[in-house]
Ligand binder design. Structure first.
Ligand SMILES: [Zn+2]
Length: 264
């Protein structure tokens, strides 16, 4: 029996999507159900001190892959291998209807009806959330912020599309979520102006691709990663708004590439 005080009632799938340590509300806001055979209570984890990424694998038996996995995310994308990657054609609607602060990130939950086909399989967009600085690096460089668009297929497999943000022009689509960003962990807001993540995408959808994991406990592997090459912008103030609400960096350090290749 785990101590209530030290645990969070995170669902496996929602925690896999960066919303671990969930308040009970996550169960309904993510629209996801726990997968059979998984425990639904996990230890508290974070980005600082005793619960920082270097300690994740020791915090909970369910987090062991964070230490032993060999296909972990994020990574430094470098020495890419040329491949014939298929163009992506996202079918995203204006479905970003809720914004929540789960203490680890700011997350926008997506209603049903938006999807992306990869490898002949349809992945439904569930939510997107942010890291600052970026988690993945490109040729050793961080971007000030990275968005992760988390998709799940009917068979439970996951795909994440990453969008890099550089400092620049004010981002009016992002502002629809930022204007109602909950200041305290555990709070959520219904968005007055639903976000269309399509409007957050860069013009050019060329991407880097590799196999990876969730960047948050339980660090499950087998995640398809697509990192868009072209960054988008957010204003200096929008970047600062996110950083100040988080109160600390929320990026896991880059992990060893091991036997993987990064394709472009
Ligand atoms: Zn993430």
């Amino acid at each position: 029996m785990l101590l209530k005080k030290a645990t969070c009632t995170a669902l496996v799938v929602s925690s896999m999507m960066g919303s671990a340590c969930a308040v009970a509300a996550h169960k309904t806001t993510t629209g996801m159900e726990a997968q059979p055979g998984h425990h639904t209570e996990h230890a508290h984890w974070g980005y600082q001190g005793d619960t920082a990424p270097a300690h994740w694998s020791g915090l909970d038996d369910q987090f062991s892959l964070c230490g032993t996995g060999v296909n972990q995310s994020p990574i430094n994308l470098t020495e890419m291998t040329s491949a014939r990657l298929a163009d992506i054609h996202p079918a995203y609607a204006r479905g970003g209807t809720e914004v929540l602060n789960n203490g680890h990130t700011i997350q926008v939950n997506y209603s049903n009806g938006s999807s992306l086909d990869i490898d002949g399989k349809t992945f439904a967009l569930k939510q997107f959330h942010f890291h600052s600085p970026s988690e993945n690096t490109i040729n050793g460089e961080h971007f000030p912020m990275e968005a992760h668009l988390v998709h799940a297929a009917d068979d439970g497999s996951l795909a994440v599309v990453a969008i890099m943000f550089r400092e620049g022009e004010f981002n009016s689509e992002l502002e629809k979520a930022w204007a109602q960003m909950p200041q305290q962990a555990g709070e959520k807001q219904l968005l007055k102006k639903p976000v269309n993540v399509q409007a957050l995408m860069p013009e050019d959808l060329d991407y880097y691709r590799f196999n990876g994991s969730l960047t948050t406990p339980p660090c499950s592997e087998g995640v398809r990663w697509l990192v868009l090459k072209q960054p988008v912008t957010a204003s200096a103030q929008q970047l600062e708004t996110f950083r100040s609400v988080m109160g600390h960096p929320n990026n896991r350090p880059v992990q060893p590439l091991n036997a993987r290749q990064v394709y472009q």
